[in-house]
Design a protein around this ligand. Structure first.
Ligand SMILES: CSCC[C@@H](NC(=O)CCC(=O)O)C(=O)O
Ligand SMILES: [Mg+2]
Length: 367
């Protein structure tokens, strides 16, 4: 397969309601959609980098720049291009996992479409549907939080995840646990605590949580090792897990007992499968994280979440969790599950007029 060029499309999707985490509040999701044109098929993907480098060092304009100047040109001139060849071709460039993931996924999608193979099949999925959790932001009041949680429980979500930060942790978790009975419940701090302020997290042991996600800064593996000795609730890492090597280090050190696998954060779906395989070998449960993806990223995440080691509900919510209108056929929750796409590649395509309606700009990069 030979790459002709890549279209980079800035997209802005309004959120149905503000999504507040410990690192800020989002009211719209601006992201990058990639369309890779090859001599055999087109491939689609999205780059999940945020506009600001507040979740990880990557940010949207940085991804555009590194794709335009380094990553896309690195794939020029090859007539044997495959999805598996992308990461090695980009390895000399440090970092930029989300930009690399998007480019690899677009090439992998084109390859699988040309072969008529579904991404789920390529990755080794064993399920036809995946159990879904939902991520609930920090709210202005406990009442507002409970109203939102009631709605998600009524929709059938199989797990509730609450964003927390110092000052919004024990009380909201207690209120939600009392409200939802024994439904699966977990929290995500997005690095908001330090070992000095983490003692509050010991109080969360009273609420039978599935896990506490990324309580400390992403580079504080030893802090997580110490915290894991103080809290009974399992520690799950997100931002700290940047590839299979850091996953192996975190597991070996005892920094985490569960791993959130996010394809954009780790450089793509092939590295995600490597992390999955590593965690299964170590008896570490994994689940699929989310970055408020459109149906493009959501389709690929659901395919990944269908692998056998994904034993916990992921942040693979329905399209209407964040968006009135998705740019693909919407993903609709059925009994708390999403069906795994069966079509070739990622199994979905943007609907042109819906995509145009949220497009801010497009740029063609020939190779
Ligand atoms: C806007 S970045 C959000 C990162 C956050 N993601 C979620 O909470 C799930 C978002 C989703 O439902 O896609 C995480 O750290 O796990
Ligand atoms: Mg997280």
């Amino acid at each position: 397969m030979k790459l002709t060029g890549v279209e980079l499309r800035r997209v802005s999707m309004p959120l149905k309601s503000p999504f507040r985490t410990s690192f800020g509040t989002q009211t719209a999701r601006e992201m990058l959609v990639l369309r890779a044109v090859t001599d055999e098929a087109e491939g689609w993907a999205e780059c999940v980098a945020l506009v600001d480098p507040v979740y990880s060092p990557e940010y949207l304009e940085g991804s555009v720049d590194v794709l335009r100047r380094f990553l896309i040109p690195a794939l020029a001139g090859r007539d044997d291009l495959t999805g598996a060849a992308v990461a090695p071709a980009l390895a000399r460039f440090h970092g930029h996992a989300m930009a690399k993931a998007a480019l690899e996924t677009a090439i992998l999608d084109a390859e699988l479409v040309s072969l008529g193979i579904a991404l789920s099949r390529e990755l080794g999925a064993t399920r036809s549907r995946v159990a879904c959790g939902v991520s609930v932001g920090i709210m202005d009041s406990i009442d507002a939080l409970l109203a939102a949680v009631d709605d998600y429980v009524a929709q059938g979500y199989r797990r509730i995840k609450l964003k927390i930060e110092p000052g919004w942790d024990v009380e909201p978790v207690r209120a939600v646990r009392e409200r939802i009975g024994d439904l699966d419940l977990q929290v995500d701090a997005n690095t908001a605590y330090t070992l000095a302020t983490a003692d509050r997290l010991v109080k969360l042991d009273a609420f039978d949580l599935l896990l506490i996600e990324q309580p400390l800064p992403e580079d504080d593996l030893l802090g997580h090792v110490e915290l894991a000795k103080r809290v009974r609730t399992p520690i799950c890492l997100d931002e700290s897990i940047t590839n299979a090597r850091t996953a192996a280090a975190a597991i070996t050190l005892g920094a985490c007992q569960i791993v959130n696998i996010k394809p954009g954060r780790v450089g793509g779906y092939l590295e995600s499968r490597r992390i999955h395989d590593l965690c299964v070998a170590h008896g570490i449960p994994v689940w699929c994280g989310g970055m408020l993806e459109t149906g493009l990223g959501r389709a690929a995440n659901v395919a990944l979440a269908a692998l056998p080691g994904f034993v916990l509900p992921g942040d693979t919510s329905a399209s209407d969790r964040y968006y009135e209108t998705d740019i693909t056929e919407p993903f609709v929750l059925a009994d708390g599950y999403l069906s795994v796409p069966t079509g070739p590649g990622i199994g979905v395509r943007p609907e042109p007029d819906l995509l145009d309606a949220v497009t801010v700009s497009t740029e063609w990069i020939p190779v």
